[in-house]
Design a binder for this molecule. Structure first.
Ligand code: FAD
Length: 295
C-alpha cells in the first residue's frame, strides 16, 4: 500500500460491554486495536438508561487507560436538551474533544423516551452552540430506511453538514458504487466535509443479515448466495467475510475514500487481519500499564 493510503483516517467503533465477561474481553480488544494507532475510536449510545450510562463509562475508561481520541455517540432520543448539555459538559470535563451526533433509534418497547430534538441536524446545531467539539454525523449511501426518497435523505444530510458537522461516517454497505455516487451527489450540492466509509466485515452472516434488514444495507446476491452456501460454517463465513472486506477496502482507498471506519462489534481479530492485509503500519502509543480489562 502507498503512503497516500497509509495517511488516510482509520477509526474503530465499539459498543459499551454489558456483562463482566464482556468488559473483560473489551479490555483485551482495546489493547489489541490501540496499537494500530487509529485516528479515534467511537462508542455507541443506547437510548435506554443503563446503556446510556454505559456509553459514558466506556468512553471514560478508554480515555483513562489509553492515549486514544474517543468519539462518544450522542442521540436525540433518550435525553432532554438539559441532559444533552450535561453529557457534553461531562465529556468536556474528562477531555473528550469529539462527538458523533445522531437522531438514534429507540430501543424496542421504549417508545415513550424523552426526545431532545426531532432530527440530528438540530442536535448538531445544539452541540455547535455549546462549543468545544469536533462533530461527526451519520450518512447512508443506500439511504436511510425511513427517508421519504433518496433526494429527501440527501437533503437531510446536507442540513447536518450546514448545521456544522465536521465529518460524516457512512452506514456500512457492500456496494462501493453506492458510496461513490452518494459522495458525488452531495459534492454537487456543495458539501465538502470528509465522508468516511463504514466497513462491516462479515463474521456471522445471520447477524449481518438481521442488522441489514433493520438498517437498510443491501447485501448483493453474490454475497448472499455464497454466504448461504456456508450456513452453519462460521469459520468459512469469517474467511469469506475477510476476503470481501479487504477487496472492498482496497477499492475504496484506491478510489479516494478519505478513511475507513471499522464496525468492530467489539472483536479485534477481523480488523487486525484486514489491517495486515492492507499493509497498514502499527504503532505502540498506548500509555500506562493499567489496562481497561483490569478495572
Ligand atoms: P437523521 O439525520 O435525523 O435522519 C433520520 C431520518 O429522518 C432519515 O430518514 C432522514 O432522511 C429523515 N429526516 C431528517 N431530517 C428530516 C426532516 N426535517 N423532515 C423529515 N425527515 C427528515 N444509533 C443509535 O441509537 N446509537 C448509536 O450509537 C448509533 N451509532 C451510529 C453510527 C453510525 C456511523 C451510523 C451510520 C448510524 C448509527 N446509529 C446509531 C443509527 C442511527 O441512529 C439511525 O440510523 C437513526 O435511525 C438515524 O439517525 P441519523 O442521525 O442518521 O438521523
Amino acid at each position: 500500500m502507498s503512503s497516500a493510503v497509509r495517511n488516510r483516517r482509520y477509526s474503530f467503533e465499539f459498543f459499551p460491554p454489558k456483562t463482566d465477561a464482556g468488559r473483560k474481553r473489551f479490555g483485551a480488544t482495546i489493547r489489541e486495536l490501540a496499537v494500530l494507532g487509529p485516528s479515534f475510536v467511537s462508542v455507541t449510545f443506547g437510548a435506554g438508561g443503563s446503556t446510556r450510562e454505559g456509553s459514558f463509562q466506556t468512553a471514560a475508561e478508554i480515555m483513562r487507560t489509553t492515549d486514544l481520541a474517543v468519539t462518544p455517540h450522542l442521540s436525540c432520543i433518550g435525553s432532554s436538551p438539559d441532559q444533552v448539555k450535561a453529557q457534553l459538559d461531562m465529556y468536556q470535563t474528562i477531555g473528550v474533544q469529539r462527538v458523533m451526533a445522531l437522531r438514534g433509534d429507540p430501543p424496542e418497547n421504549e417508545a415513550e423516551l424523552p426526545r431532545a430534538f426531532q432530527y440530528a441536524n438540530e442536535l448538531v446545531e445544539f452541540i455547535r452552540g455549546h462549543g468545544g467539539f469536533h462533530i461527526s454525523v451519520a450518512c447512508y449511501p443506500e439511504f436511510h430506511p425511513e427517508s421519504a426518497s433518496p433526494g429527501a435523505d440527501v437533503e437531510a444530510f446536507v442540513r447536518k453538514a450546514r448545521a456544522g458537522a465536521d465529518e460524516a461516517i457512512t452506514q456500512y454497505f457492500f456496494n462501493n458504487e453506492a458510496y461513490y455516487r452518494f459522495v458525488e451527489w452531495v459534492r454537487r450540492l456543495g458539501v465538502e466535509i470528509p465522508i468516511i466509509a463504514g466497513l462491516m466485515p462479515i463474521a456471522d452472516y445471520d447477524q449481518v443479515l438481521r442488522f441489514s434488514g433493520f438498517c437498510g444495507a443491501d447485501i448483493p446476491a453474490w454475497i448472499r448466495k455464497r454466504m448461504e452456501a456456508l450456513k452453519g460454517d462460521l469459520h468459512g463465513q469469517r474467511e469469506l467475510g475477510h476476503e470481501i472486506a479487504v477487496r472492498q477496502a482496497e477499492d475504496l482507498l484506491r478510489n479516494g475514500a478519505p478513511g475507513i471506519h471499522f464496525y468492530t462489534l467489539n472483536r479485534s481479530e477481523p480488523t487486525l487481519r484486514i489491517w495486515d492485509a492492507l499493509g497498514l503500519p502499527k504503532t505502540t502509543d498506548v500509555t500506562g500499564e493499567e489496562s481497561v480489562a483490569a478495572t
